[in-house]
Write a protein that binds this ligand. Structure first.
Ligand code: ASC
Length: 231
């Protein structure tokens, strides 16, 4: 049991480190390699899009997925843990929505068409599914009304769609990074291995590793919160 605990801590610290690094790399990307941040209809406003997506939709969502697995919370009430799980997902959803507003606002100010890319199709779909998943989770698992039989029926679907959404978000981030690099380093500059290209490819790899760590942690049966009778 002690061994399993140390294995868990090692992976948790790794996930936190890689997650922090992903957010840090995104900030360095927009502040150092790009134009910086602002809310004025220019590229500075667009730059909130990657920052809010990686902070909220990747990092905070990833932590929200594994909160039940922290062994020191197993003595906390299930209701408290559900509230933290839902609360973190709600924060992530709000940041994802603001990140969308930043892109649409920027596009409209610059007369750039909306919703033509695969990144935008998958990205908008996954934000809508995320909000539906959050609302379904609140109504079925957090509020007291739903009977145990309904909870038991919906739980495997909730777990499956949650992980599908998380994986799809990561795939969408990779498409967004690639799209932005093709715009920003157009001509044949991306193909000459410029520092921004190499740095931002590394950011993409960090996000994949973060996803891999969260997926591993959440699929280990031995790290599940012990189930209490009647819940
Ligand atoms: C809940 C809760 C659980 C699950 C379970 C469904 O609301 O606290 O542990 O749903 O009852 O299988």
């Amino acid at each position: 049991a002690m061994d399993g605990y140390r294995g868990f801590l090692g992976l948790l610290v790794s996930a936190l480190l890689v997650g922090f690094l992903s957010v840090l790399f995104t900030l360095i990307w927009v502040l150092h390699y790009r134009e910086g941040l602002g809310w004025d209809g220019t590229a500075l406003e667009f730059n909130w899009h990657p920052v809010l997506v990686v902070t909220g939709f990747v990092f905070i969502q990833g932590i929200a997925i594994i909160v039940y697995r922290l062994p020191w919370t197993w003595k906390c009430s299930k209701l408290l843990m559900k509230s933290i799980h839902a609360g973190l997902h709600a924060v992530a959803a709000i940041l994802a929505i603001i990140s969308l507003v930043a892109v649409f606002d920027f596009h409209n100010a610059k007369n750039i068409p909306n919703m033509y890319s695969l990144h935008s199709w998958v990205g908008l779909t996954v934000i809508i599914l995320y909000i539906l998943q959050l609302l379904l989770g609140v109504f079925v698992f957090l509020l007291p009304w739903a009977p145990l039989s309904l909870r038991a029926l919906v739980m495997p679907i909730h777990v499956y769609s949650g992980l599908l959404i998380f994986g799809t978000v990561i795939a969408t981030v990779l498409m967004g990074v690639t799209e932005k690099l093709f715009f920003a380093l157009s001509g044949s500059k991306y193909s000459t291995f410029p520092p921004e290209g190499v740095f931002t490819n590394t950011l993409g790899l960090l996000i994949v590793v973060f996803g891999a760590l969260i997926f591993w942690i959440v699929t280990r049966p031995q790290w599940q919160r012990p189930k209490e009778p009647n819940s």
